[in-house]
Structures are given as C-alpha cells and as structure tokens.
Design a protein around this ligand. Structure first.
Ligand code: G6P
Length: 607
C-alpha cells in the first residue's frame, strides 16, 4: 500500500503531483504529502487524512518547484499523524516509501548513536536518515542510495530527491511495484501506470531489485547486483486508464453496474467465436497434467477461489485446495509437479499473494495468475497470466473484479472438464450457454436495486448480520458479509447454512437479520430447513431467491428479494449483485465513505 509519485518536470509540478496522488489514493488515505525543490531548497507540505486535506494545506501555504515527489499513506509503523506523513527529510535528502523496512530498528539505533535526530515513528524515515548520513560522509547521491539499498531488508518502492540537484531523482524497488514514465523533456516515477496516465503513456516497469537514476532527459536502470540493465519501454493503452464515475455517485455503484458488460467482455475473451468451446488465447493450461489445483488469494479474490473449488471439483472432478495467501506462504505446504497453482489478484500486487507465487515457483507443474492488472508483478512472474478484463477498479471494495474472476474460473472449469473427459461437446456447449446468458441475468438483478435499497434501510439499524449459503453460495455468504463489513462497518459473518446450528445459532434473536442466498437447486429444501431453524428462534430472515424459491419458502420470512431464475452453475455470479448492492445501500444509509472505507486500501503491498 501507499502510493508514490516523482516528477522531474518543465514547470511547477505541485498540481501534477496532486493529480497523480488522486489516482493513487486507492492505495491509502491516512495522510498525504509532497516535497519539492524550491528556490529556497527542499520544502514539504504534509497533511493527515485524505488528499483534500493536503490540497487545503497547499492552498494555505503554496509551494512550487520543477522537481517533486509525493506520497499517499496507508499507515503501518506509526499513527496517521503529520510527523509520520511522507515525504521524510534528512539533511539534503527527501524520500517517499511504499513498503516496510523490516530492519529499521537496528538501523535507527545505529543512526541515533551517530547523533542523527529522528522526527517520526516510521520505518521509512530511516531511509532518508541513512542516505543523508552517507551523503554527509562524502558519497554522491547515487552511491549513497546504492549503499542504503544494500542495508535494507523488507519491501520497498522508493523515490529520492536531493537538495541542490534539481535534475536528479533516484528510484528503487524491491517487493513493491514501480514504473518509470517517459515524457518529452520530463521524467516521472509512480507506483503504477495509472498514476502516470495524465502525463505519459510511455512506461518502463522496473523489475524486482531494480533501481534507477533519472534526469529529465535520461534514465539508467541497475539491477540488484548493480549491473546496468536495459528494461523495455512499453506504450500503455490510454483508454484503459480512464478513471471517472460516469453518472454514478460513487465508483462502487459504477463498477457494480458495469458488471453485465465487463462479464460479457471477460467471457468473450475465453470463448471460441461460435461460442461452442472454451479457448484460452494466452495458451490453455493442460489440466490432464495435474492431480490437484491449489488456489491462493486474499480478500474477495479468495472467495472467488472458494467458488471455483466447487466448480472444478463438481464439473471437472479435479481436487482443489484453497488458502488465503498470508497463511499459505508461511505454512510451506508440499507442492509438486502434478500441482497447478493459481494465484488470483485484482491488483496483481498483493504482497502475500506475490510471496505465495514466489514460494510455488519452481515447485508446481504450472503457476498461473488470474489478474486484472496485466502489467503487475503477479502477472509478470507467473508462468501464465490470464486476464479477467474487468477494466480499472477504483472503489477499494472489489465488485466487478469478483464477477470477472468467477467468469474466468467458470471457463477454466469447463475447459478442465472437457480435457479430463468429464464433459462432452454438448455438455460444454450447454454450460457455455448458461454463462452467455448470465450478463442479461445480472442486468435483471440490477433492476432490483430499489428493493435492495429499501431492505438496506432496515439492515443499517442492525449491529450484527449473518449471511447463509450452501454449496457454491456459501462463499457468496462470506463475500456478502465481507462487503457489508468493509462498506458499512456493521459486524457480519458468512456461514455455510448447515453449519449454523453448530454455534452461530446462539447469536440469533429478533435483532439479528439473517440473509439467506438460496436459489432453487438440489440443496434448496435443506437451506429452507436451516431458515426454519432461524425463524423458530425469532430470527428475521431475508430470503434471496428466485420466484419459485420465494413462492415455496416465503412464509415466516421477514423480507424477500427476487432474483431471476438461473442454472445453478451460474448462481454464484448472479448472487454477487445482491451481496454488493445490499452492502452499498446499507453504507449509504449509514453515511460511510463507500469508495474509501476507513482503514482499508485497495492494493495491499505490505504483509
Ligand atoms: C484488499 C482489498 C480487497 C481485495 C484484497 C485482495 O484487502 O481491500 O478488496 O479483495 O485486497 O486484493 P487483490 O488485488 O489481490 O485482489
């Protein structure tokens, strides 16, 4: 998390830094700051809270310079205070940092013993102090940065400015992403190409361990060993970098309502032109080579993996293990050549998922990434990267990426089933038809928004909410609970319907709404029995089902929400809509910040 930007510009860079930070705010919004080389030397402006606070600070005390760096923070070490906000300065050095310097404490002790004075509680300040120490010992900025980098453990993306060196910026990455943007007599550095999109579409992605010495007219990249290396310059598609809310009040609703079209786009990427077969333009994995799939991700992407487990096991008879990346990477599970490991990540930069990828690389038969950000570290380090085609997702809580991840997984499960002889041509075509119909069903479900908003007015009063689902709707219950927690700060839990009686039923009383995802399928009657158990204890049940399900089970429920009827195979995709819109409208009712919920960040590049 944290977003960094650096600009060697032709004119005053302050407004450009702020514009880039707006595009990086998804990475954190605990504080923001800029540092510029002004006529009077290095100056910073920093403010606690969202970027608007920094903008106010800049209005109150303007600062200008042609060379500047900026930062938007998601706090790790030290509270979100002005003193802890980046950029950090020491002597002639200003620095912005994304990541964690894990050995900051011994370095800090060493520097304190040398008489250096620290002004923050962050791990990051040690970067500025150590660099300043080396410069004061007589090293050039370049040699000082090089010496610093060799002393850090942990993860970082860094941008340095040096007082009196208005045509120099040094950047480095290890573990956290960083991209160089090439302008016309200008040079940029940013956490992602999105931040640089207003200025340039010519991008060089730094690779793991790289560091770069930049001037307005030149860039020299070095690898971790200090060898000069050349990294390709790519031209990014600017259309894909458009970020606006359209006619929507929030990015979240825009992204929820985009789902019919982005799902159709994602699906068409994996379909033959006549829609009869699944195909994978990037190269189809051969699922006959594997005895097991291991799916690893965090947050919403993990729940997509959880749905995929049902699909791969039921349709392709391929055993699947799933795990959250933060547990997987340290559990050090046995992985062998007959395992395919699939890492799923919207951003492609989540630190735990990236670490899981690095753990399985070389051990697994194939390492596959299912990602939205095509140029991300996870996409680039996997053996095979499969795009989800969701387009830029800005809202911190994920929505359209989830349905697109599900779309890719549904396609891969069908492919695996065909390859493994579990599905004949007609069977493949029949499942594809269900997927092809789904965008229309999503559209129909979105039409139920007013009813969802009306139920949400009641949900907003609850202190705790339970979500239930069976089979592939169980992960949807967990995703529904996660969305609600993230957006409305109401405590919520998702349970497998049949598990309720083994503990959580003790929570039920007339104040705890219980939301049941229950499309009519083979398990419908069992879910209805679980609902009855809730209602018998005074619980208020919101039944989300199709017309038939509501007809059969509405009696005694508190509320119902009708979804279009669908084939059970695609139900997890369709039921994402009520999971998302209930959370969204509950949050609106509570007045929380929907697009940037407290304490969260979209791209979690620290452990
Ligand atoms: C953060 C976000 C979640 C997201 C998770 C995984 O926690 O707030 O919305 O699901 O990271 O992110 P990824 O980019 O790896 O899918």
């Amino acid at each position: 998390m944290c977003g960094i930007i650096g600009i060697l510009g032709k004119a005053n860079t302050t407004p450009l830094l702020v514009e880039a930070l707006t595009r990086l705010e998804y990475r954190g919004y605990d504080s923001a700051g800029v540092a510029l080389i002004t006529d009077a030397g290095l100056e910073t402006r920093r403010a606690v809270g969202k970027l608007s606070a920094l903008e106010a600070a800049l209005e109150a005390a303007p600062v200008s310079g042609h060379s500047g760096i900026g930062h938007t923070r998601w706090a790790t070490h030290g509270a979100p205070t002005k003193a802890n906000a980046h950029p950090h300065m020491a002597g002639p050095v200003a620095v912005v940092h994304n990541g964690i310097i894990e050995n900051f404490q011994p370095l800090r002790d060493e520097l304190l013993a040398k008489g250096r004075v620290f002004t923050s509680e962050t791990d990051s300040e040690v970067v500025a102090q150590l660099c300043a120490e080396y410069i004061e010992q007589g090293l050039s900025p370049q040699d000082a940065v090089k010496a610093c980098l060799s002393r850090f453990t942990g993860a970082f993306a860094l941008a340095f400015l040096f007082d009196g060196e208005a045509d120099l910026m040094i950047a480095a990455r290890r573990g956290s992403p960083l991209a160089i943007g090439h302008g016309d007599g200008e040079m940029f550095i940013g956490s992602d190409a999105l931040a640089l999109a207003p200025f340039t579409n010519r991008i060089t992605y730094l690779e793991e361990g790289d560091w770069a010495v930049l001037t307005r007219e030149s860039h020299q990249v070095f690898d971790a060993l200090g060898n000069a290396v050349s990294r390709a310059e790519v031209v990014v598609n600017m259309d894909a970098m458009q970020v606006d809310k359209g006619n929507h009040r929030h990015f979240m609703t825009k992204e929820i309502f985009e789902q019919p079209s982005v799902m159709a786009l994602a699906l068409s990427h994996y379909l033959s032109p006549d829609h009869s077969r699944i195909q994978v333009p990037e190269g189809a994995p051969d699922f006959t080579r594997f005895d097991r799939l291991v799916l690893v991700a965090c947050g919403t992407a993990y729940y997509a993996c959880h749905v995929a487990k049902y699909w791969f096991e039921q349709v392709a008879r391929l055993p699947v293990e799933i795990d959250v990346a933060s547990e997987f990477r340290y559990r050090a599970p046995p992985i062998g050549p007959r395992d395919a490991v699939i890492l799923v990540s919207q951003s492609g930069e989540t630190a735990d998922t990236l670490a899981a990828l690095r753990y399985v690389k070389g051990k697994a038969g194939q390492v596959i990434a299912v990602v939205n950000a095509a140029e991300s570290s996870i996409a680039r380090e996997a053996d095979l990267a499969l795009p989800i085609k969701a387009g830029i997702e800005v809202s911190v809580a994920s929505s359209k990426a989830f349905t697109c991840q599900l779309t890719v997984f549904a396609s891969l499960a069908i492919l695996a089933a065909r390859q493994r002889g579990e599905l004949d041509q007609a069977g493949e075509k029949a499942l594809i038809e269900q997927l092809v119909r789904t965008p229309q069903l999503l559209d129909a479900a979105l039409q139920q928004e007013p009813q969802m908003a009306s139920v949400a007015r009641e949900l907003a009063r609850a202190r705790d909410i339970l979500f239930l689902g069976r089979g592939p709707l169980f992960p949807l219950a967990m995703e529904g609970a996660l969305k609600l927690k993230e957006l409305s700060y109401i405590h919520a839990e998702g349970y497998a319907s049949g598990e309720l009686k083994h503990g959580p039923i003790a929570l039920i009383d007339e104040k705890v709404p219980v939301i049941c995802f229950a499309p009519v399928d083979d398990l419908f009657d069992k879910t209805v029995s679980n609902m009855q158990e809730v209602m018998a204890r005074g619980g208020k049940v919101l039944l989300i089902s199709d017309a038939e399900g509501i007809e059969r089970a509405r009696e005694g429920t508190w509320e119902t929400l009708e979804m279009p009827s669908c084939d059970p195979f695609v139900a997890p995709i369709l039921y994402a809509i009520p999971a998302q819109l209930l959370a969204y409208h509950t949050a609106i009712e509570k007045g929380t910040d929907v697009d940037q919920p407290r304490n969260l960040a979209k791209s979690v590049t620290v452990e």
